[in-house]
Design a protein around this ligand. Structure first.
Ligand code: SF4
Ligand code: SF4
Length: 92
């Protein structure tokens, strides 16, 4: 049996687009919002790349924040940050 090529696996597993939850107002159902500690952030952009909803945006000073309307509080940015810069703050 021929092994599946890595590139084919990437196609099979990838999401088509970011931000597909936006029409459902994911922010309304959120229980936690990520908070960034800028003093420890190296501005690598990993949190921006990993957010499945395109909720992380770059600020004018080169750091990152979450758009409260798009963020669903999944915590992926918190989990993927190399330096533990992002904490999830419980809401409500
Ligand atoms: S992943 Fe962490 S260190 Fe990198 S930009 Fe985001 S908050 Fe900063
Ligand atoms: S918790 Fe982080 S990764 Fe999840 S939607 Fe919000 S900003 Fe994106």
């Amino acid at each position: 049996m021929e092994a599946t090529k890595f590139t084919q696996k990437m196609v099979d597993c990838s999401l088509l687009d970011k931000g597909t939850a936006s029409p459902f107002s994911p922010g309304d159902k959120r229980r936690g919002l990520p908070q960034w500690d800028k003093d420890r952030c190296i501005r690598c952009g990993i949190c921006y790349l990993y957010c499945p909803d395109g909720a992380v945006y770059r600020t004018a000073d080169g750091y990152f924040e979450a758009d409260e309307k798009k963020c669903k509080g999944c915590g992926i940015c918190h989990r993927e940050c190399w330096f533990g810069v992002i904490c999830m703050e419980l809401e409500g």
